[in-house]
Design a protein around this ligand. Structure first.
Ligand SMILES: NC(=O)c1ccc[n+]([C@@H]2O[C@H](COP(=O)([O-])OP(=O)(O)OC[C@H]3O[C@@H](n4cnc5c(N)ncnc54)[C@H](O)[C@@H]3O)[C@@H](O)[C@H]2O)c1
Ligand SMILES: O=C(O)C(=O)C[C@]1(C(=O)O)C=C[C@@H](O)C=C1
Length: 306
């Protein structure tokens, strides 16, 4: 593969940055990758595992001379980080981020981007419940989406170059505006995480009553919830505070539907439950038939046959 950037700087060396570092190296997508993390312990681990070509002790040193700077920190601190690195940004460089929320990050970071530096916000739709510099792996972005959210008037060449990087990392790239992104992600990622956190919290409360049976006998569905609910607390606190309006809108709708299902159960309205579950089953069938979840255990299997 050919080099897309001469030098890439990764700021915040957690799951996403470390996955990018390994994948950039594997693909030969940059001549040099520098890295910076706020904590000395993270920088020490990064050096031990050979992450990046150079781990720097300051953010300014890491971004100096970089053609692409990637902000890989929790969304709540993107703005202060942008302010910190602004003086060292090279004219003509591109700043991007990988934050899970876009409108708020653009509002925080945009004002700190100097004249002559491009800003192309991004969001890879790939992750795990693990965090930190040891969590990354080069395959994380393969066949996943990466959404780019360039503000109006962004240099098309800067967007095209970042697109080439993400494609080199194995992702499919699409563009979207920030408000739409935040609403879509509230439905597909943010509200589901909050529901998983809540369900595991409820089970934990119950455990005190039933003396560990809930965990002992937990089957597939609940185990999946516990995986999601093990996700990084700082990252997710910031996501909900940052995507407040869209998340509250979706949770409002969720609560209404939940009440309707609750009423159907109370009133013994089997038809309502059956119709509802038939509709939701058709959604999964559509996803599988469109080939959008080829990892699913039911991919390619028959549907609706008893
Ligand atoms: N984990 C996921 O599933 C996932 C997926 C897509 C996007 N994202 C987004 O990517 C970003 C990073 O997430 P992650 O999963 O890699 O998190 P992570 O917790 O693994 O890593 C974040 C890193 O940022 C560092 N950090 C925190 N504040 C900092 C600061 N002020 N300056 C410098 N470093 C700082 C932390 O020490 C940590 O090393 C977040 O904005 C998140 O919303 C996460
Ligand atoms: O697979 C997971 O563990 C994830 O939570 C990844 C996930 C998601 O919700 O799909 C989480 C946050 C992101 O911003 C993007 C991807």
């Amino acid at each position: 593969m050919t080099e897309v950037y001469d030098r890439v700087a990764l700021i915040g060396l957690g799951l996403i940055a470390s996955s990018m570092a390994w994948a950039i190296k594997r693909g030969g997508l940059a001549r040099e990758v520098t890295g910076y993390a706020r904590s000395a312990e993270t920088r020490k681990i990064a050096r031990e595992i050979g992450l990046c070509d150079r781990i720097c002790d300051t953010a300014l040193e890491a971004v100096e001379g970089a053609d692409l700077v990637v902000l890989c920190v929790p969304v709540g601190v993107m703005g202060e980080l942008a302010a910190e690195i602004a003086p060292a940004l090279k004219p003509g460089a591109t700043v991007t981020d990988v934050g899970s929320v876009k409108a708020d990050v653009i509002a925080q970071v945009g004002p700190h981007i100097p004249e002559g530096v491009h800003f192309v916000p991004g969001h890879p739709l790939a992750g795990t419940e693990h965090s930190g510099p040891r969590a990354g792996f080069a395959e994380l972005f393969e066949n996943r989406w990466c959404l780019l959210v360039p503000p109006e008037g962004t240099d098309p060449e800067a967007i095209a170059k970042l697109r080439r990087l993400w494609e080199g990392l194995g992702a499919n790239v699409d563009e979207m505006d920030a408000e739409h992104h935040d609403l879509v992600l509230a439905v597909t990622s943010h509200a589901p995480h909050l529901i998983a956190y809540t369900m595991v919290g409820v089970a934990d409360d119950l455990r005190r009553v039933t003396d560990s049976e809930v965990i002992k006998y937990s089957a597939g569905g609940f185990r999946d919830f516990t995986r999601i609910a093990a996700s990084d607390p700082t990252m997710w606190r910031d996501v909900f505070l940052s995507n407040k309006d869209a998340t509250l809108e979706i949770l409002g709708r969720f609560t209404e539907e939940l009440f309707a299902l609750q009423r159907a159960i109370r009133q013994g309205d089997g038809a309502h439950l059956h119709d509802y579950f038939t509709r939701t089953r058709a959604i999964r069938k559509g996803i599988i038939e469109a080939g959008q979840d080829t990892d699913a255990p039911d991919f390619g299997r028959g549907w609706g046959k008893k």
